[in-house]
Design a protein around this ligand. Structure first.
Ligand SMILES: [Zn+2]
Length: 275
């Protein structure tokens, strides 16, 4: 067999973020050179719906449309209509693979929980109406997210940057979801997340960077270092090295890890198959 580089999928990357404004093309070139063949770009607010779509089309990537829970307070109610319109307009766009990033954040203080819940439910209904899977933001919110999924049946998807318990993980998997693992895996103190990544059924695992966020351990900078001007931006080219950590935890080869997690990403977001 030829020694082709394994094709990784970064199932969650915010390539539209301002952190990449200065060197986006170089970031993408490094990802490709590292063997990351496909990226999924989830939008976080209505102002970025066309941005992620344009990036996906310009660079042969995939995108998702949604309003992120941390952006719900600054969003207008009409942004849900803008989402409905965009989903209808791009319904037949092969690069539109999910509704996301949506969900609930129970960690950041001061957010309007009732408003988050309302936006979450409305966006689940839009996913259902458009027969699209969802990409979920989960932070101290797994039970509330699961309750929403039991009320509004969607076509599965990904619980991204998963950080819940094994019981919660199994409940997501039972509802047809895969769980996203990224930079957090690379910290030895992340005992629970590393245990989940080691023990969950292999079909449940997808890889992601969440770049520019969640830098892996080798890019991590303390607050003091950041104040001193050191960067800690994550980028999609880091995915294979994060995958190597997963390979170590599972006892898999690198090629096996790429093949398994990419197949799982395609199962979670079926439109990726054609890209
Ligand atoms: Zn994200």
């Amino acid at each position: 067999m030829p020694n082709a580089a394994p094709a990784w999928i970064d199932s969650h990357c915010h390539l539209d973020a301002p952190e990449f404004a200065a060197d986006r093309a170089a970031v993408l070139a490094r990802a490709r050179a590292a063997g990351v063949g496909l990226l999924v770009l989830p939008a976080v607010c209505a102002e970025h719906f066309e941005t992620v779509r344009a990036l996906a089309h310009a660079h042969g990537l995939a995108y998702a449309l949604g309003i992120h829970p941390l952006y719900v307070d600054q969003a207008a109610d009409e942004d849900l209509d803008r989402l409905a319109d965009a989903l209808a307009r791009h319904r037949d766009d092969a690069r539109l693979v999910a509704v996301g990033e949506i969900g609930l954040d129970g960690f950041v203080p001061g957010l309007d929980w009732a408003r988050q819940q309302r936006f979450y439910a409305a966006q689940l209904k839009l996913a259902q109406a458009n027969a699209l899977p969802v990409i979920l933001h989960v932070r101290r919110s797994a039970d509330a997210l699961l309750a929403g999924l039991r009320r509004i049946d969607v076509a599965g998807g990904i619980a991204h940057a998963f950080n819940g318990s094994r019981v919660q993980a199994d409940l997501f998997v039972g509802l047809g979801f895969r769980l996203g693992f990224g930079g957090t895996l690379t910290f030895e103190r992340s005992l629970q997340i590393r245990r989940l990544a080691s023990e969950l059924p292999e079909a449940a695992l997808v890889l992601e960077t969440d770049a520019p966020d969640i830098p892996p351990q080798w890019l991590y900078r303390t607050a003091a270092q950041r104040d001193g001007g050191e960067q800690s931006r994550n980028e999609p080219a880091e995915l294979p090295r994060i995958g190597a950590v997963l390979a170590g935890l599972r006892g898999w080869s690198l090629a096996e890890t790429a093949a398994t997690t990419s197949a799982n990403a395609r199962a979670a977001l079926p439109r990726l198959v054609a890209l």
